[in-house]
Design a protein around this ligand. Structure first.
Ligand code: SAH
Length: 305
C-alpha cells in the first residue's frame, strides 16, 4: 500500500495527503522486480569477498556531500581518494580507515589509472570494503566509468554514489543558472583536456547560441577555447566566466565576455581547479549574486520543531 505523504500546497500553505505512491517508490519496485535487468557481475564473487563503493565527494564544500557518502565515509575500512577531495571532506572519514592517496593533479599522478584499477580490485579481492572517493560526481569526467568497467569485467561487486558535479556546485554558488527559459535551452559539459593532450572539440556545436557550455579542465587553455568559439561564429560579446575552487572558502569568479575572458583570467592569475562557463546565463549573476552572498556562511534558520 502507498505510504501517506504530506505535501505542502504552495498557494494555500495547507497540506494534502498524497495517496499515490511517490514516483521514486514506483521506480524502486519496478527495478527490483525486473528480472530481465542485466547483471553487472560476470563471474561468481564469494560472499566473504569485498566490495567497492565509487563515491562522489562533490566539488569541495562538505555540506554538499550526500548522506550516503557520509555514511560510507564513517564506516570506511580503506579509502582510495583523489587530489580534488578536500581535507574538510576527509574529516568525515572513520579515523581508523586506511588512507591511500591516488593523486592526479594536472598530470602529476601518484598512481596511474591502471594502478588505481588494479589496486581497487586487489583490495576487494582481499575482502576489504573499499571506498573510492572522487571529486564531484564519479561519472562526470571522473574516470569512474573506467573503474566501474574494470570491476564489472572481473566480477567485483560495486556501487556508484552520485555527487554534486563541479558545474552544478559552481553554478549554484556563483549565481549562474545553467539553463534558463529565455537564455539557454541546453547545457553542455565538455572537457578541455583530451587523453592525447589535445583540445579537439566539436567547435561548431559549442559555438551555437542559446545554450550554456561548461568546460572542465580547460582553464589553462582559455585563450585557445574562446578563440575557437569566436572563429566558429559565437558572438565575442557572449558573457563568460571562470570559477576557481568553486564552493570552497577560496572560490573566485572572474566574469568577462568570450572576447575578453582569456586576458581577464590571465590578469587574475586563475589556476585549476576551475571551470569555464559560457553563455547568456552568466550575465544573470550580477542580479543574483548579492543576495546569494548575504546568506552564505551563516547558519540557516532552524525549522520549527
Ligand atoms: N568528477 C568531477 C570532475 C573531475 S575533472 C566532477 O564531477 O566535478 C576535474 C575538473 O573538474 C577540474 O579540472 C575542474 O575543471 C573541475 N572542478 C572540480 N572541482 C572544482 C571546483 N571546486 N571548482 C572549479 N572546478 C572544479
Amino acid at each position: 500500500m502507498a505510504r501517506r505523504r504530506w505535501e505542502p500546497l504552495h498557494r494555500s500553505l495547507c497540506a494534502v495527503a498524497r495517496e499515490e505512491p511517490h514516483p521514486f517508490e514506483q521506480r524502486g519496485r519496478a527495478m527490483e522486480s525486473d528480472s530481465a535487468a542485466p547483471r553487472l557481475t560476470t563471474t561468481p564473487w564469494p560472499r566473504s569477498r569485498g566490495v567497492v563503493h565509487l563515491v562522489g565527494a562533490g566539488p569541495g564544500d562538505p555540506d554538499l556531500l550526500t548522506l550516503r557518502a557520509v555514511r560510507l565515509m564513517r564506516e570506511a575500512e580503506v579509502v582510495v581518494y583523489d587530489y580534488l577531495v578536500s581535507d574538510a571532506i576527509l574529516g568525515f572519514l572513520n579515523p581508523r580507515a586506511e588512507r591511500i592517496y591516488a593523486g592526479k593533479r594536472q598530470g602529476r599522478h601518484a598512481l596511474s589509472q591502471d594502478e588505481i584499477n588494479r589496486l581497487l580490485f586487489a583490495l576487494a579481492r582481499r575482502g576489504r570494503r573499499v571506498l573510492r572517493l572522487k571529486g564531484g560526481d564519479p561519472f562526470v569526467f571522473g574516470r569512474g566509468g573506467e573503474e566501474a568497467e574494470y570491476l564489472a569485467e572481473r566480477g567485483v561487486p560495486f556501487e556508484v554514489v552520485p555527487g554534486v558535479t563541479a558545474a552544478s556546485g559552481a553554478a549554484a554558488y556563483a549565481g549562474i543558472p545553467l539553463t534558463h527559459r529565455d537564455r539557454a535551452r541546453a547545457v553542455v559539459f565538455v572537457t578541455g583536456h583530451l587523453k592525447d593532450g589535445s583540445c579537439d572539440l566539436d567547435w561548431p556545436m559549442l559555438a551555437r547560441a542559446r545554450q550554456t557550455v561548461v568546460i572542465y579542465m580547460g582553464v589553462t587553455r582559455v585563450a585557445e577555447i574562446c578563440g575557437q568559439l569566436v572563429a566558429h561564429g559565437l558572438d565575442p560579446a557572449t558573457p563568460a566566466a571562470v570559477i576557481e575552487k568553486a564552493t570552497t572558502p577560496s572560490q573566485r569568479v572572474v566574469a568577462a565576455t568570450v572576447g575578453t575572458l582569456a586576458a581577464v583570467a590571465a590578469a587574475a592569475g586563475v589556476k585549476p581547479p576551475a571551470l569555464i562557463v559560457i553563455g547568456e546565463v552568466v550575465a544573470l549573476r550580477e542580479s543574483l549574486d548579492r543576495q546569494l552572498a548575504s546568506i552564505r556562511g551563516r547558519e540557516l534558520p532552524r525549522a520549527a520543531a
